[in-house]
Design a protein around this ligand. Structure first.
Ligand code: BGC
Length: 892
């Protein structure tokens, strides 16, 4: 019997504060039967859990859609909780029971519903503190039935009600292109209210809005004054409602945080703590705030999951030095140290954070450039507990001064590392028979965690931590396997579109805090580069492919199109991008000495990406039923491909003999027939000539193994991936890396470092090989036109290369997709899971495995022609196959 095991709205089964356009419902089906397909669904919305007060009933809808079903005709009320449920009829005409109910609650939906004013503690006539406390006292005279708090800030903030923190989100309201929109947060604070006197408090810091950003040390990029906006709705049991809002009644004062910045760290003096600050008993000197009024900011309900602490690490070693003690967390992590200790009054503890130690065992901080990453805590005496409020660091090692008197055991109890990042759901797991590859895979996941801190950043430690668009598009496919990044990218892409220039150019960082820096330094009028601006096209399309979010595609479509139109307007031939500054294959090893620019001609790279983005816009137009656009971009794509071949090939060979020049046309489908075969053969040769080493940079690397595996050179891809000597992915692993490095030789074989001006040890870009592990080693891949993971391709690597077993699972929007295989001399075993309402094809690259037995009925299955290639078509269900090499040999 088919059942609906879960229903979610915008990826969550309970969601407080959702925007109307994100009311998209998805559900998971489960059945003991194989080949289950949904034929009809019925979706309901009600005001109560019993579904008596029905608000919406779709009736039976003939449709197999189980992912992102919109409620087109339904207009929800503001600040209202709705319960939702669904039931389905499957292909056997069986009707399921109702799913368990989920709920969502709308937030304020219209500007006029905001009664609160923005208030600021910053004054024009005196320098502002970097963090203030703000507070409002109020009386709840009657019993409160429910209370909701809607709030935001120009800066970063934390709210407290009667001294208790409201929620566990960090760095709210998050980083968006503030001039276009700012997120607000919604919280259910009913349980924090007390009868009688109450106090609503806030800590307000500078954050991205006002604090220091970029290596150019820019401050106040979005405005001069930090500000708070809060609106508390109290609903009393007698039905009366009352509002507490930010207004002239609020008071502010300095708190214990003397200074706080993302790069700098935090300085905290506990002697300035007032434990009663968020109550009526506070002894602090409270000052009036300035009311700034309604302001022009466009407020949108929180889109992505918030940043939270997701894991706690304990130190693995202590290294005693003359300056104190260096604590080794065992993992290059992003977050903060929490300190818990008995301290004397006035005792100061300093924590300096770094990713690596130098050859003499000292903290290496040169690569942090201007980021101090230093936290200073002064105690008030007695039990102390502290972790920075508005700062995070990228580190594995922490040098602590002031605690050297503690022995290792006491230190271990006093220090823990709190890992923080956008709290996305983990969706992908991978492991294989090669332990070094497993460590690399873990490093890739850690790189994602450390750099998905509200926006996709290049690195989390130095004075950068910016939303580099190139890095995001390079990594997004791996990211989408590892974690559910749908909401994370939906949020960021709104800023991408907002920061796009009127001519369609997409800045190299979003939110664009470099403004026109790129134009000035490279002396042209563009703000962009190919491979970076293409994020505006590649990212929404990838989100659509993984999650089937058509809404997002529709919303980003004009930005996607504008980017391709922009490129079209740049070249002196409309089908080439052969002008303007280009990063090209950034940091490739075939660069001239001391250059960051790889040897692959930058206009070859630019035109290849032009073709890729145009093809995606064509496909997006088709998905959105925009027929004339589809025709237009089809034609454009054909012209670009022809111009690419004409310009960058001679007699069937690429004009540039670099690995990347061969990778991109193969990976982007720019070649056909003999050309494809020749170029693939040459790519293989180029890798073999380097004794199975890569020479690629940012743009070639992500596609290198994919291009080889897809074109008959999978063995070479495997040798490259398993290569341990420099340069290779595993070189950093052999050097003890726990995250992916920015440079193949961030630490050189002799222990010295790459130049300090750009040497991050936590850069996810080269971690883009993660996608290849899922697709071509364990073997969870998708058909090129698959939407929402509906068309799975299993391609286990049973070829006899270095892997003898592998496993991967992916929690798709349709349910779990899983594969596990083990290869022995004469037989192999394979386990597969296909979720309901999806279909799969099993492809076996190695023709030797000609006998396949389905262990459920011991019947032999043979490879058939599926879509023009040998394979086995599978519907949903669990499968266990035994494989033998040739007929006549018994498979166990
Ligand atoms: C960043 C990169 C980025 C690059 C652009 C660097 O400083 O860390 O990851 O994409 O600049 O060239």
């Amino acid at each position: 019997m088919t059942q609906v095991t879960q229903i979610t709205c915008f990826g969550a089964d309970s969601l407080l504060g959702v925007a109307r356009e994100n009311l998209l419902f998805s559900w998971l089906l489960a059945s003991e039967r194989r080949n289950v397909v949904q034929r009809q669904y019925r979706l309901q919305l009600a005001l109560d859990t019993a579904f008596d007060e029905l608000q919406f009933d779709s009736g039976w809808v003939l449709s197999d859609q189980s992912v992102n079903v919109p409620l087109s005709a339904f207009i929800p009320l503001s600040r209202t909780r709705y319960y939702f449920r669904v039931r389905v009829i499957d292909d056997a005409q069986q009707e399921s029971a109702w799913s368990p109910a989920g709920w969502f609650e709308t937030a304020l939906q219209h500007a006029h519903e905001w009664k609160a004013d923005w208030i600021t503690p910053d004054r024009d006539d005196e320098p502002a503190e970097s963090v203030y406390l703000l507070r409002r006292l109020f009386t709840a005279g009657k019993k409160v039935a429910s209370a909701r708090l809607y709030s935001s800030a120009l800066g970063v903030y934390r709210l407290y009600l009667n001294g208790s923190p409201v929620g566990d989100d960090l760095f709210s309201p998050g980083w968006t292109s503030y001039d276009d929109h700012i997120q607000f947060q919604s919280a259910d604070v009913t349980s924090l209210l007390v009868p009688g006197d109450n106090a609503l408090g806030a800590m307000l810091g500078e954050g991205w809005f006002k604090g220091e950003l970029t290596w150019l040390k820019k401050r106040e990029l979005y405005g001069r004054r930090k500000a708070l906006l809060a609106q508390l709705h109290l609903l009393f049991e007698d039905g009366e409602e009352c509002l507490i809002v930010t207004d002239g009644e609020w008071r502010c004062c300095n708190g214990p945080i003397l200074d706080s910045g993302f790069y700098a760290g935090e300085t905290y003096d506990a002697r300035r703590e007032d434990p009663c600050w968020c109550s009526a008993h506070s002894a602090a000197e409270w000052q009036p705030v300035t009311v700034m009024g309604k302001q022009r900011y466009r407020l949108v309900p929180q889109i992505s999951e918030p940043v939270r602490v997701t894991q706690t690490l304990t130190p693995v070693a202590f290294i005693r030095t003359d300056d104190g003690v260096i604590v080794d967390m065992g993992q290059n992590m992003v977050g903060r140290i929490r300190l818990r200790a008995e301290l004397e009054e006035g005792q100061t503890i300093t924590l300096r954070h770094a990713e690596v130690l130098d050859t003499s065992g000292k903290l290496y901080t040169d690569n942090l450039r201007n980021a101090r990453q230093t936290v200073t805590y002064t105690a008030r005496g007695g039990s102390a507990e502290y972790a920075p409020y508005f700062s995070f660091q990228g580190f594995r090692y922490v040098e602590i001064t002031g605690l050297s008197h503690l022995n290792d055991e006491s230190l271990s109890g006093a220090i823990c590392g709190e890992v923080l990042h956008t709290d996305m759901m983990r969706t992908g797991e991978f492991s294989c028979s090669n332990p070094a590859i497993n460590r690399l895979f873990d490093n890739i996941v850690w790189g994602q965690r450390g750099n998905f801190v509200d926006v996709p950043t290049d690195c989390p430690q130095r004075d950068e931590r910016l939303g580099w668009t190139g890095d995001a598009q390079i990594f997004i496919r791996t990211a989408a396997y590892n974690y559910d990044v749908r909401r994370f990218f939906r949020k960021w892409l709104l800023s991408v579109a907002a920061d796009q220039k009127p001519n369609g150019s997409v800045p190299v960082v979003v939110p664009n805090v470099l403004l026109d820096y790129i134009s000035k330094i490279w002396g042209d009028e563009t703000y962009t580069s190919s491979g970076w601006g293409d994020a505006a096209v590649i990212c929404p399309w990838t989100v659509y492919q993984f999650y089937g979010d058509r809404q997002l595609l529709a919303e980003q479509y004009s930005s996607m199109k504008a980017w391709v139109n922009y490129i079209h307007s740049r070249g002196d031939d409309p089908w080439l991008w052969n002008t303007d500054f280009q990063f090209g294959d950034w940091l490739a090893l075939d660069a001239e000495p001391d250059s960051y620019f790889g040897a692959t001609p930058v206009y070859l790279v630019a035109t290849a990406f032009y073709a890729l983005s145009t093809r995606i816009v064509r496909d997006a137009a088709a998905a959105l039923n925009l027929r004339s656009d589809e025709r237009k971009y089809r034609l454009w794509h054909e012209n670009i491909v022809a111009a690419f071949r004409r310009t960058f090939m001679r007699e069937g060979e690429m004009i540039a003999d670099t690995q990347t020049a061969h990778i991109l046309p193969l990976a982007f489908g720019l070649l056909e027939g003999a050309d494809r075969v020749n170029v693939a053969a040459r790519l293989n040769q180029l890798v073999v000539e380097q004794d199975y080493h890569l020479t690629t940079g940012f743009l070639g690397t992500p596609w290198l193994c994919v291009a080889l595996s897809e074109n008959g050179y999978h063995d070479t891809a495997v040798k490259l991936a398993c290569q341990e000597s420099y340069p290779s992915w595993l070189f950093s692993v052999s050097q003890g890396a726990t995250t992916v490095w920015e440079h193949w030789d961030g630490i050189k074989p002799d222990g010295s470092f790459w130049s300090e001006n750009m040497n991050s040890f936590n850069h996810y870009a080269y971690g883009a090989i993660g996608e290849w592990f899922y697709r071509f080693v364990a073997g969870i891949d998708f058909a090129p036109d698959s939407v929402a993971c509906g068309d799975i391709i299993f391609r286990p690597d049973l070829s006899g290369g270095s892997f003898t077993s592998a496993a991967a699972s992916y929690r798709s929007v349709r349910g779990i997709i899983a594969i596990r295989w083990e290869r022995h001399e004469e037989h192999a075993r394979l386990w597969l899971t296909v979720p309901a309402n999806a279909r799969a094809v099993l492809r076996l690259a190695d023709a030797q495995w000609s006998v396949l037995v389905d262990e459920s009925d011991r019947k032999i299955r043979s490879l058939e022609d599926v879509g023009g290639a040998p394979g086995i078509a599978l519907g949903s269900g669990e499968y266990h196959f035994s494989l033998g090499r040739q007929k006549g040999i018994t498979v166990e």
